[in-house]
Design a protein around this ligand. Sequence first.
Ligand code: PLP
Length: 402
Amino acid sequence: MTPETATPRDGYFGAYGGQFVPETLMKALHQLDCEFKAAWADESFRADFDRALREIAGRPSELYFAERLTRDLGGARIYLKREDMNHTGAHKINNTLGQALLAVRMGKQRVIAETGAGQHGVATATAAAVFGLDCEVYMGSEDIRRQALNVFRMRLMGTKVVPVESGQKTLKDALNEAMRDWMASVETTHYVLGTVAGPHPFPDLVTAFQRCIGSEARRQMLDREGRLPDMVVACVGGGSNASGIFKPMENDTDVQFVGVEAGGRSMHLGDHAAPLCAGSPGVLHGSLSYVLQDADGQTAPVHSVSAGLDYPGVGPEHSFWKDSGRVEYTTCSDDDAIAALMRLSETEGIIPALESSHAVAEAIKRAPSMGSDEILLVNLSGRGDKDCNEIQEILKRRGNGQ
Ligand SMILES: *Cc1c(COP(=O)(O)O)cnc(C)c1O
């Protein structure tokens, strides 16, 4: 299928996407779709968004030539798109600033969000504080225990963190609770979904707010090298940082895309979080997409060393890209991600997030077999400060803790 026929039906990417939600949410989603389309076409909204990206997130983020890593690997020239340099440490702020501005435009005074490790919660709390919105973040009680620092950061910024006690008490359960809140509060509340998953129009609007990554990278690459990269690599949890960097280069057909899912401990169901590589189409959180499910169609448990990739579903456009072949999807194990984190830290003085380390690991695998005239661009979606405790524990267990 060509990109021109990618969205023949509004809200669908080929067969994927849609709005599989209760009746009470259909009206809210329709309103959100109309408001978003109007806002995106409105120059003054776009100017407000660009200004927020500049003044609050600190954009544009740097396009960095990883000279030492390139020399070490002896192949393709490796560039990093430095989303780790954004305020709050990852690409997530791009989306939350956009959605907070949308909430203000719609006259909604309250925002809610779901969060796993707390990164999206912190980014939402930040945007809510900046624009003076009331904010409540749903978080599994198990995650609250594990991510005490992020809970504290949210509370410092005036956000109420609501513990979720259902299910496994993690991200999937928090998302269900946030949806439930929204059904009852939609008149006054905007739901800030954290990735390109969920019912239409969320995949479209989150992609729109994350496009700045790829638009900047495209321009920076042309300025710097006079041409586009041969390959772009990004990690895929729900898929928002990958969509953000791929989308503006989707029609540049000479640019090859690679999405990296969490390979976890093994490729046995329950040991990884790789729905595109090991799942099958199903409905989760309001849209049809690849999902990890057991033989009875129940959503399977997932595992990844990186909390941000630990999700059994993925955005519907990625499912479309997988089937059309526009993006190649692969996995990276926990161990390879940790090794990549250490290697980038040592060679470039950059401690990447464990999520982003999955993309770095793929670059380390591929660069040596590419020519020195080729360019490999990695989306460095976030910084690894948040993961240092975890890494320290893992190294201690292996007996080489420092
Ligand atoms: C949340 C997160 C991810 C995963 O989310 P996507 O929607 O797949 O981008 C990746 N990297 C970092 C640093 C994150 O915080």
